[in-house]
Design a protein around this ligand. Structure first.
Ligand code: COA
Length: 162
């Protein structure tokens, strides 16, 4: 039987921290679906299509990772994909409360779906999509935090010419 997992997020945009988690999960599972959420509590900078394109470009190096989009509940999406493991990255203690709430809510909604937490490399434990967006908007360099194609997308979004 092939093992599979879903790594869901807003990915606005995908960062090297996310990609570190992708690499770890891709190593454990035969197949990893990176699922870009349509609905989240946040109002994203990038459209779902743009976030998917950036993610797709960034995971090209992994031959067992595919990128998809989903709308609605994550657990419903997981069921529709017949995948019962959802990956989340845990960077620091500050992530825990929200992740704990989400994992237990998802468990209540779908007891058959398990949330698995992976810790990214400590080099990325402070990286977040919102700080990357802020630095890029103010003209700072973000190449340490995001892949080159994401850096270009941010520059183009903010009308910054490299
Ligand atoms: N490296 C770097 N940054 C990371 C990271 C990592 N490994 N893991 C998380 N982050 C950061 C992101 O950069 C982002 O930072 P920001 O808040 O500053 O923008 C933040 O942590 C979380 O973003 P992301 O990883 O994209 O996930 P998310 O928390 O936005 O994803 C969903 C949430 C989409 C999974 C969740 O809202 C969902 O399931 N939505 C569908 C609707 C649903 O089912 N709701 C019920 C859930 S209880």
């Amino acid at each position: 039987m092939n093992s599979a997992a879903i790594y869901a997020g807003t990915f606005d945009p995908i960062t090297k921290g996310h990609l570190d988690v992708v690499g770890r999960a891709a190593h454990i599972f035969d197949r990893l679906v990176l699922a870009v959420a349509g609905y989240s509590r946040k109002t994203p900078l990038f459209s779902q299509e743009e976030r998917m394109e950036m993610a797709r470009d960034s995971v090209r190096v992994f031959d067992n990772v595919e990128v998809d989009i989903f709308n609605g509940l994550l657990v419903e999406y997981a069921r529709s994909m017949k995948i019962n493991v959802v990956i989340r990255g845990l960077r620091a203690f500050s992530d825990f409360e929200f992740e704990f709430q989400m994992a237990l809510t998802n468990r209540k909604l779908a007891p058959d779906i398990e949330t698995l937490f992976l810790m990214p490399n400590e080099d990325y434990s402070y990286v977040s999509s919102s700080t990357v967006r802020e630095v890029a908007e103010l003209g700072g360099h973000v190449e340490d935090f995001v892949p080159e194609s994401v850096q270009r997308a941010l520059q183009s979004k903010f009308g910054i010419h490299a």
